[in-house]
Design a protein around this ligand. Sequence first.
Ligand code: HEM
Length: 158
Amino acid sequence: MNISSPHLLTDLEGPPEIEKLVNSFYVKVRADETLGFIFDGIASVDWDAHLPKMYAFWEKVLFRTGSYTGNPLAIHARLLPLTEMGKPQFDRWLELFKQSVDELFCGPNAEHIKNCAADMANVIYSRLNNVPNPGTDPASLTAEQRARYAAYGRTAAV
Ligand code: HEM
């Protein structure tokens, strides 16, 4: 039996699932040729501090709870003089994030968190590199994103 078959997976329901997702994502990131050295070499991330921060970050994104306060754009801008933070890096980041979600969860929250990740990756990438946000092309939006942006009263990500 294929235990990762989507119909056997359940959705992200709260903080325990967020922790599971974040842990799994950073195992992949640290082993990745494109991204691993940025975290463990360039930034020398303190994982005991970073992981709880990321649990709180994603909890806030998905459930509007959790204690995250911070400025991700400024934090990533600090990396810019030290390493490439371009399209290949952001594409790989998003690929690993989506992979982590799809291996563990299935449902509306799973779809929503992948779309939020894509939106934020587009914003951070475009701001850091001073290029147009790739997510503002309406053709690149999923139906879920289109509905969400319509509810916000705007047509695309910032
Ligand atoms: C190329 C892609 C990315 C790389 C290489 C990267 C790398 C990093 C690193 C090294 C840190 C730790 C910095 C430190 O502690 O000094 C960090 C923090 C963080 N990253 Fe990323 N990141 C990427 C994309 C993203 C994206 C797309 C998001 C959001 C969806 C994100 C959200 C965060 C958050 C919330 C923090 C914590 C910021 C804080 O300390 O308040 N990252 N990232």
